[in-house]
Design a protein around this ligand. Structure first.
Ligand code: VGL
Ligand code: ZN
Length: 200
């Protein structure tokens, strides 16, 4: 068991990111058992949930565009996704086997129509906080272990922002899955540059 300065951050292990979901990540469901087991090693456990209103600005359908095409938002370039993780839908629910009882905090993100939120700490404008940084600091947390979906997007942005906020961040890669190879390569470079440790 790790101490009160270590937190496990479980990113977006939701039905829509698992096989059969609307933005399915290959093997997304394979990590659930390992994450469940890892929860027993941490006294601070946080889950995040992608939580979009219908018609969210990150949805391709909102723009009449093709899923996985790019658009320009006021805060920068943005990938347009298939509709996913709509508030209250089955797709937005946690994978049914994910343990949620050990979590003391569940952070919902991406709930503002006009801005996406990959990171558990800041929305994609990189300035609007979710409050998680303050929560962890108030609890005396210094080190984060980050796992979940997807490694190239929400895990990556959460890990990098965590490091920027001064936490010592480790991503456990075996308990993550990625959407695509090219974005994964870029994410690995970005995490290394930010001082994030990536472990098997
Ligand atoms: C995510 C794309 C869109 C993620 C969320 O959880 O990695 N990716 N929304
Ligand atoms: Zn999303």
């Amino acid at each position: 068991m790790r101490g009160p300065e270590d937190a496990l951050i479980v990113i977006d292990v939701q039905n829509d990111f698992c096989p059969g979901g609307r933005l399915a990540v290959t093997g997304g469901d394979e990590i659930v058992g390992g994450i469940n087991a890892l929860m027993d090693e941490f006294s601070v456990v946080v889950l995040t949930q992608d939580w979009h209103p219908a018609g969210h600005s990150s949805f391709a359908s909102t723009h009449g565009a093709e899923p996985f095409s790019m658009t320009q938002m006021p805060y920068g370039p943005q990938v347009l996704w298939p509709d996913h993780c709509i508030q209250g839908s089955e797709g937005a629910a946690f994978h049914p086997d994910l343990r949620t009882d050990p979590a003391q905090m569940i952070v919902r993100k991406g709930f503002r129509s006009e801005v996406d939120s990959y990171s558990a700490f800041f929305e994609n404008d990189h300035v609007t906080p979710t409050g998680l940084g303050g929560y962890l600091t108030a609890r005396g947390v210094k080190r984060l272990t980050v796992v979940g979906l997807a490694l190239d997007y929400c895990v990556n942005f959460s890990a990098v922002d965590g490091a920027k906020l001064g936490f010592e961040v480790t991503v456990q890669q075996g308990l993550c899955r990625a959407i695509a190879d090219d974005s994964l390569a870029e994410a690995m470079n970005g995490m290394a540059a930010a001082g994030v440790s990536v472990n098997g």
